[in-house]
Each structure stands twice: as C-alpha cells, then as structure tokens.
Write a protein that binds this ligand. Structure first.
Ligand code: ADP
Length: 260
C-alpha cells in the first residue's frame, strides 16, 4: 500500500534527524534534577544544538514553570503533539501538560510509559537532541525510556550528601545494566557562599559526588553551588543558564562535557 503523506513526512524527519535522547536522572527527589535538566537544555541550545526538552517527571512536572510557559497546552497535528515554544529557544513537552492544571497524576505504570512515548514521538521537527527530565528513582518511566527509546546517555544529579549518593548509585546501576552510557555525575547544591558576609559553608558536605564518581568509574561533570540566585531565577521562570550571571558558567561548563 502507498503510505499516506503524513507517514512519509514522519519517516523522513526521523531518518534525517537521528535524534539523541539524553536522560537526566536522580536517585531521589529534591536534589535539583529538573533545575539541571532545564539549564542543561538551554546551555546546549546556546552552544548551537537544536534541543528540545521532555518533562517526564510524573511526580512533580516543573518544567512549564521553569521555562515560563505554565498553563500553555500543546496542540496536536495528525495525532502527534506539537512541542510548546518557550522564550529560551528550547521547545517543551511535559507530562504536566497532559492533565488538567493542578490535578495529581495518578497513572499506573503502563500509562506513564505510554505518556512518555507520546512525548518522545511528538513532532520535534529538526530538533536533534532531546533532554529528558525523568522522575526520581528507578520506576516504570525509566524502564520505558531505557527499553523503548534507548537514550544516548544519562546524566545523574546528586547532592554531595551521602543519602542522595546511595540513591544515585542505584540510578547509575539501572543505566549501566541496560548498557546506557552514563555521561557523568553532576553535584548540585554544592557549597554555599553567604550573600551577606561572604563566608563559604558546605550544608550538604563537600566532594561527596566527585569521590563517588571516581569510585564508580564514571566522569564527574562539575558542581553547581547552592545559591539563592538559582532558586529565585528558577521560580521566576528565568533559568540561570539563559543569563550571564556566575551561575550560568557552571551550567555551560557541564553542557560542554555533555555535548562532546
Ligand atoms: P528535583 O527535580 O530533583 O526534584 P528541583 O530541580 O525541582 O529538584 O529543585 C528543588 C528545589 O531546589 C527548587 O526549588 C529549586 O529551585 C531549588 N534548587 C535546585 N538547585 C538549586 C541550587 N543549586 N541552588 C539553590 N536552589 C536550588
């Protein structure tokens, strides 16, 4: 049978583009995985990549807020979702956009996996790199990601704290077993400089992630300081990597090693 125009177009696009998925994962929640995913995507886009962002964090989809498109719903064309344009040159699709605003996502495993597939197989056009903000831990969305969408690599985010690192090790193990290359470990919330007196302190300890990366034989990609500016910019929908502040540099350095 002759394929319809839509099928030909989709086939040509995916063949020509050869899209790579970069998974951003963490062992537990609240370590800054979404913050790193958003800023990594923006930094890669600023380095000239055609990057899209998938927010697959069913427990707390925060990317629409981080990228200042809260409340915008994606349209669909020929049964494919159209990513939502953001002010930062990184189009976005989020699990949060598939349910009514403010409603909890109480999906069973297969549904959550299916939703990820819908986002990954959306009409990404010529965007060749998709950064995927995964839920924390090692659940159904991760399995669908690994089994069905074969990510090109995974970036693991952890705080320097022991507890977060033990969980991070589990996440690393999941990717390693599935032969997904672990691109490396990012240490977030690493060190705090008091904005008033300038004194540096280490609320979550120091160097834990770098030591863990060395022990596990995976690259250490760098540290992001715990900084009021990061939290404020994130809440305001103006991700630090889109600006020129000192916090932007750390994200751009991490993007440089991810982009290699
Ligand atoms: P996760 O995706 O791991 O649950 P988030 O990225 O949502 O974590 O971050 C949790 C909270 O911590 C958010 O309020 C975020 O703005 C804040 N945060 C993340 N990284 C930093 C940082 N380096 N400095 C200050 N606040 C941060």
């Amino acid at each position: 049978a002759t394929p319809g125009i839509a099928e030909v177009r989709v086939a040509q696009t995916s063949e020509r583009v050869g899209r790579r998925l970069i998974a951003v994962a963490s062992g537990k929640g609240g370590v800054g995985k979404s913050t790193v995913a958003a800023n990594l995507a923006i930094a890669l886009a600023r380095a000239g990549r055609r990057v899209g962002l998938i927010d697959a964090d069913i427990y707390g989809p925060s990317q629409p807020k981080l990228l200042a498109v809260e409340g915008t719903r994606p349209e669909a064309r020929e049964k494919q979702l159209l990513p939502v344009e953001t002010p930062y040159g990184v189009p976005l699709l989020s699990m949060g956009q598939l349910v009514p605003a403010g409603q909890a996502i109480a999906w069973r495993g297969p549904m959550a996996g299916g939703a990820l597939t819908q986002l990954a197989e959306a009409d990404w056009g010529l965007h060749d790199t998709l950064v995927v903000d995964l839920p924390p831990g090692t659940g159904d969305v991760q399995l669908t990601m690994i089994q069905k969408h074969k990510p090109a690599g995974a970036v693991i985010v952890s705080t320097p704290q022991d507890l977060a690192l033990i969980d991070a090790t589990r996440a690393i193990d999941l990717f390693a077993k599935a032969e997904v290359p672990v691109i490396g470990l990012v240490e977030n919330m690493s060190g705090y400089v008091c904005p008033h007196c300038g004194e540096a302190s280490e609320p979550f300890g120091q160097g834990g992630a770098e030591a863990a990366a060395a022990k596990l034989g995976i690259p250490f990609l760098g540290r992001i300081p715990l900084a009021m500016a990061v939290r404020q910019a994130s809440d305001a929908g103006t991700p630090p990597a889109a600006g020129n502040g000192p916090e932007a540099t750390a994200f751009h350095q991490i993007a440089a090693s991810v982009g290699e």
